[in-house]
Design a binder for this molecule. Structure first.
Ligand SMILES: [Zn+2]
Length: 205
């Protein structure tokens, strides 16, 4: 989902924040300067973070959305040269969809669930040695600055694993996760073990 600026400017604040989750996503999957700009905006003096339209302001918002659209276009163009890359646009969505489904659709807005899913992917990546606790801290700080939830209700791990298996992104019974390897880069892995997923559920609840 990518929101156009004219739409985002008129959204209720909660939906605005949910939209920011996808902007953060583009920073993590392929645009380190966008991520840095979000960090600067979140840390600016007198800033209300990234959590409301008034704090972000129209000029910055316009630029963030343009950069997000450009990041998406680069992924799509690269996907046409090298198939399969488009799947990285699902960053945060694998567990995000599970959270949406198991908590009842409507409990979390899509973007809120994606924010939790990105934190989960970051925790998995840390556990697998793919990225550092410091990078996870930075991602978490942006999700927090955007006023998005940092935790989720304790979900039954077996229900989560079953739901993941039923996800359309499963190939050959393996769950594919888009995992960060640095700010601005991700990999797709299908070898995340169940124990790691259970541990991450505990960490985030
Ligand atoms: Zn989405």
């Amino acid at each position: 989902m990518l929101i156009d600026p004219t739409t985002l400017a008129t959204l209720p604040e909660r939906e605005f924040r949910a939209g920011m989750a996808e902007v953060i996503k583009y920073g993590v999957i392929g645009d380190a300067p966008l991520f840095a700009e979000l960090e600067q905006a979140a840390a600016a003096d007198g800033s209300g973070g990234l959590a409301c339209q008034a704090a972000v302001g129209p000029a910055l918002l316009q630029r963030l959305l343009e950069r997000s659209a450009a990041a998406k276009a680069r992924v799509v163009a690269a996907d046409e040269r090298e198939g399969g890359l488009r799947a990285i646009l699902n960053y945060g969505h694998t567990l995000g969809h599970v959270v949406e489904a198991l908590c009842g659709y409507g409990t979390y807005l899509h973007g809120e669930a994606v924010g939790i899913g990105m934190l989960a992917a970051g925790e998995i990546a840390c556990a697998m040695g793919l990225w550092s606790p410091e990078e996870q801290r930075r991602q978490r700080a942006l999700v927090q600055a955007a006023g998005l939830p940092l935790t989720m209700p304790a979900l039954d791990p077996e229900a989560v694993l079953t739901c993941l298996q039923g996800d359309k992104k499963v190939t050959d019974g393996k769950v594919r996760f888009v995992l960060p390897t640095g700010i601005g880069s991700v990999v797709i892995r299908d070898d995340v073990d169940a124990a790691t997923i259970r541990q991450v559920l505990t960490t985030l609840s």
